[in-house]
Structure formats: structure tokens, C-alpha cells
Design a protein around this ligand. Sequence first.
Ligand code: B1N
Length: 832
Amino acid sequence: HETGPTSEPTSPLARGPVISPPHTVEGFVKAFLHELNFGQGVPLATSSQTDQYLALARTVRSYLMARWLETARKRRASQPQKMVGYLSAEYLLGRQLDNALSATELREVATDAMKACGIDIEDLRAQEVEPGLGNGGLGRLAACFIDSLATLGAPSIAYGIRYEFGIFRQTFVDGRQVEQPDAWLSSGDPWGVPHPELEVPVNFGGHTERYVGEDGRERSRWVPGWGVIGLRYNYMVPGYHNGVVNTLRLWRARATNAFDLHIFNAGDYAEAVRAQTFAENISKVLYPEDSTPQGKELRLQQQYFFVACSIKDFLTHTMPKGFDVRELPERIIFQLNDTHPVIAIPELMRILVDEHDLEWDQAWGITKQCFAYTCHTLLPEALEVWPVSLMERLLPRHMEIIYRINEEFLDDLREAYPGDELRVRRMSIIADHPERSVRMAHLATVGSVKVNGVAALHSQLLKDKVLNDFSELWPDRFTNVTNGVTPRRFIRQSNPALTGLITETIGKGWVSDLDRLAELQAYSDDPEFREKFRAVKAANKERITDVLAKRDGIQLPQGHMLDVMVKRLHEYKRQSLKMLHIVTLYDRLISGEVDPASVTPRTVVFGAKAAPGYHMAKETIFLINSIAKTVNADPRVQGRLFVAFPPNYNVTLAEKLIPAADLSEQISLAGKEASGTGNMKFALNGALTIGTDDGANVEIRELVGDENFFLFGMDEPAVAELQARGYRPGDYYESDANLKRAIDLIASGHFTDGNRDAVSAFVGDLLSNDRFLALADYASYLEAQDRVEAAYADQEEWSRKAILNVARTGFFSSDRSMRDYIDRIWHIKTNA
Ligand code: B1N
């Protein structure tokens, strides 16, 4: 089961897969029936769809496995070679079956093979529960990145946690969000390859002891209080049409034998079982907060658990036996996906100093070169800090190491900035207020070769604001890598109609060379191409209409402009601003102010989960549902305005919804959305963006051109200036008649069956607080939406703009992001 180059067997038969499964319909049928009969233990005739799905998945997995073994063999043969270790607490993978079929060019063979068995493969595809091991953009980005790494043939391994429960399933009860557990493993995990025999011990708690070593040096040693075991699960990550299959290695927590043996011996059976449960809790559930992490002890346990397993795994199984740890910087670069895995820095120090007996300075010299840190936020409340008291209790040796790293760092600072004690305190890894705690972003910055933001504006703001002191000290450490999305999942798989049109127009090859989309520019003026392009949109609208009817019983009206806002619910993203717009459109129609025949029929689709403890976000969900219910039931706006809010927006729904959209809502307050990645998916699928000057919107607009993008709102400097002056939302309410009418209509209880109390908290906050300045941008937003309507009325011109959006956004392929990381941060060689 080893992937590591232990002793290489001499027989060629022992070295790789004995046979490659045959790429024929007949061969596939045989392999499938074998899985069904001997894996599931059922004959085809009496098998359920679940049996069939599991057998199909296992069949496809064996094709992947052959390539996975071959990839591992080639890697071993080309050692030594520097690798990337991607460390992320989240991977929002989405369904696996279609992705695997498409990457391995097995889609047709599998479809025909299922047909030969009397099965419609579409029915089986629908059986798959997507692994939702992430919250939103950050987790989905990690999934796009590993797809691109495999496609580029980059020597890499991705590490994370195999949560038993991923992101909750959202339901609505009387318009309010109710969370259901996501038991994604309950119908089996056909894609995961467990290796229960490879146990990785992970320690926690206890204390440290000082002792004098044989060489007379004084040292510290960790005497842990308790421990758990990490179990390894491999998931295969196929590259696109290149034979490469990389590894995503997720860890599951289990109790140690020693742990419960002790208690079993004491005769307390129930207590021993409880201890098992305690250990297994560590990988039990994904924390459902997006952007604003919770400082919970269990979360720190999760972070250390997966990081400790991953580093240990890399050193013992991926590196050759007996390799010299001083070579580590030439062998590995760990990419830290936000601060969640940053405890890896003191962990590597602990291993080098305590276990490999290196001198502190030498260990620090090595460690600093082995990490790079990606920051994903600008919200101050989102920067992770861990109380020193908690760290001392859970990871006493790591706390000691952090103290020493900080001491030496502060010494350097005092030398660089004599007398500037204020600056030293600002930059310290330890914060004193409001509670002594460890600032993980500072630890990450001090311990990394490079620090990057995720879009040009974000990286600039990191340097100028969030990490300004650090960028002054180490200007070369800071860089930008703009996010990207995988065109395999988000064009080829999700939009087969557009894929067909592009391939028939510019030929094959663009799926792994997305800059080639530029060749479509020439067709933006071609009436015939525009016609076909519109037909693609229309077909995708029909498809989402069917999906929403089946999935949620929602009947979308036909022939509308499809206006889509899908993302996590957060105040900074300003779903409330979109609501105010809808209320204004509705108000205009029911007041008779506009002739209904003159307005563009519009359907607004929302998708958004709120963190279960985020009160204001949940109130916003209730209000959107209330508005949807009222608007959709009002005969005065029938055929002109419709609002849909399907519950449980996830990757699977995104794949159907985004290709159908005409308008992409990217309306965060400038300076708050680090990048956004949904914005890229929409543009690549031919939606036009209405958006602020924020995150990657800035780059989208630069690329597609001002005339093909609906910009509105304050830019970041204007926001900063307004906030410095003192923002008073009430002033906007008083002075803007449209805004006042919209807010008054909500406050009147019109959308809540006359119940004003149900909306008073929301309205009250908007009028007196409005932290993200929705009211200040309302007028500009309304004006931009009117421009959208006018533009949409001219379908020829709209098509031209939409085509140019597709043609000019090839830059946002995650293949390009990965190449940027490789060239500017990792300096590794690819080999595909
Ligand atoms: O990361 C995405 C960006 O495109 C988004 O703009 C950004 O908001 C998102 C703690 C986060 N930042 N921080 C998180 C998620 C979970 C958690 O527990 C923070 N997510 C983002 C990709 O760069």
C-alpha cells in the first residue's frame, strides 16, 4: 500500500498495475458486473440504483487506480524532486463520477456500457451525494487547484480532513433556515481508498520538561497527556486527458489502542467506549463558518490533527528512508491555505529540534523555507487568533516554540526599528489584548518564504493595510496570485452545450489551454455565432428549469432575464442590497409608476447558506424568502418579476445554475471580498457582471472591457474616506425617495403578512448601523441595474458582450493560477 519509495521490487509484475482495465464497452461491462456481483453482492436483475452507482464508481475507480499506481511509479523513478504539499482544512469537491469519467475519456464507454446493461447512466449520476468538505470559495478553490495540479502533472500531494459530516444540508421551514446533518458517507464512500493499517499517532496536552542532553545542551521535551490515531484515506485526483492521477489524502481520527486498553483493564467498558467517541470527534464535523472562524478548542484540535498527520506522513512515507532532513527545502514546499494549517510551522520545528536533534537556528533556517502562506481575507474579525491559555493546555511544546520564534523575531525588529516599541507590539506574534493570544497570520508571515493574496486588489490591500508593517520589513516576501477555477468542471462538465459550440468554432485543446478562448473574439460580431450562442443559453435555462422543478418544485417562468446571486450569506457580500433592488422593482410595478409591458421580465435566483450561529445572516434569509413569497404571489407583477431561492445551494446546483445565468451579481462592499471565484465562473459561462470594484471583479472588468461590465458603487478609497468622515445610513434613507420607499415597504410588514416585528431588527440595523454601506451604494446600484435593463433589451448587443466575456476571461483558469504559484512561489518542475 505504500506510495513511498521503500525497497523497489525487481519483478516488473510486482512494480505496477498488472493489467490496465480495457477501454472497451465490453471490458467495461465485465468490470462493472464484476463489481456489482462480487463487490455489492447482487445480480444485475435485483440490484438497486445505489448498488449500481456504487459498482459503477468502483469500476471507474479501478481505471483511475491503474493510472495512480503508474503516476506514483514514475514519481519514484524521478526522485529526488521537489514537491508541493497543499495543506487545507477544506476541499469542496463536488460530485466525483462525471469528473473522473471526463478526465479519463471514459464517458462514452461508460454510457454505452450502462446502456448495454439496461441502465441510464444519468440516473446513476444523480445518486451521488457530493462530498461537501468545505464552506464556500476557499474550499472550492482548493478543489480547483488540485484538479489543475494533476492536469499540469505537478508533483504534489494534497492533505486535509475526512470530515464525517460536511457542510450542513440547508432546508427552509416557514422561510427560516434549518440545518440538517450532511451524512455524505451513509451510502458508502466508493472514491475513498482507506489504509487502516497505516496509523499515524498524534499527541495532545500534557506538559514539557527541561533536560540536559548527552552533549550537555539544555533541551525541552514534550510529555503528552493524550493522543489519537490518524487513519489515511486516499482520494484520486485525475489530470485531464494526461494519464496523471494525483493524491488527495484525508485524515480520519480514531482512538489509540493504548488509550482505551488502560480503561478497559480498569473494567470501565462504557468509559472506554466514550473515550473512543471523544477521539473520533476530531474529524466528526466541518465547522460551518465561512470567513469568520470560530475560536473553538475542537477546531484547533482538528487543525493540529491533520497537520501533524500530514507532515509525519510526508517525512516517513513520501521521502525515501534515511533521507537527510537538511535537504527538506529542496524536497518540499507546504502551501498553507489560509491560517488554518499554520500550526504546521511550529510542528516542523518541533520535529527538527526535538526528534532530529537539529540546532534551533539550523531548524529555523530550514522551516522558514518549507512554507508559503496564502491569505484569503481582509476582514479583521476573520484573522485567526488562539488564546495562549488554550495553546498551552493543548499544545504546550508548540506554545514554547512559538514563544521562542517570537522572541527572536522581536529582537530583530528592535534592531531594525530602534525605539519603535509601538510597531514591535503591533507586529508581535503574541497579542496582549483583549486576551493573550497567538496571531496565526503573523506566525504564518514570519515563518514563510512567500505570502500571497488571491486577487490583485486584495494583495495590494494586504501590503497597504492588513500586513503593512510586514511588507515594509520584507517587501519581497509579498506577492499576488489571482485565483482561478477549473474549466474542466465549470465549463466542460457543467456546460456541454457551450463546450460543443466552442469546440466546433475553435477546435479542441482549449479545455487545458484556456487562453485560446480569445479566438472566440472574432465571432462576437458574427450573427450566426450569436444565434448559436443564444441557443446555448436558452438550452441551459431549460435545463435549470427542469432541475428546479424536480429538486424543489419551483416553477421558473420562461423567457426572463436570469439574474443570479449565489454565494455564502454574509453582510459584506450585501444580499441586502440585492433585496432592496428587488423591492424597488416590485414597488415600481405595483404602484403603476411604470408600464409593466415596458420592463424586462426578470427572474432573480438566490442561493446562500448562513453560518448556523450568524443571526443577521439568518434574518436575511428569512426576509429573502418572505419577499419571494409575496412577489411571486402578487398578480400585479406576474410575468415581470419572479424570485426563487432554492435551498441548499451546493456545487451540484452551481453546475446547473451558472451556465443558465444572464446576469452575475458581485456586489460586495469594495475592499471586503478578497477575490471571489463565482464571479469567474459566471463570466466564463457568458453572464455579464454587475459588480463593485472589489476582489477579482477588478481584473474581470479590465479584461472584458468597461463596456462589457456593469460597474457601480464606491471604490475602496472612497469607502475608507466615507468611513473616516463618519457614515450615517439614515442620511441616505432621508434623502433618497426610492430607497425610503423600499425600506418603508419592508418595514410596513408588507412581505411578512403584516408582521412588523419580524423585520424590525433587520430594518433597524440597516438604518442605524449598516456596517457594509449598502445604503450608500443603493442609488448607484439602481442606476447600474437600469443600464442592465436597457442593454438586455438589445439582444444582439447583449450577445456580443456575453461572447466577449467568455473570450476574454481565459486568464481565470486555475491552470494559470497554478503556473503562477509554480513560477513565483514553489519553483518546482512539472512533468506531464
Ligand atoms: O476565499 C476565497 C475568496 O475568493 C473569497 O473572496 C474569500 O472570502 C474566501 C474561515 C474562510 N476567505 N476566508 C475564508 C473560510 C472558512 C473559514 O473557516 C475563513 N474564505 C475565504 C478563495 O480565495
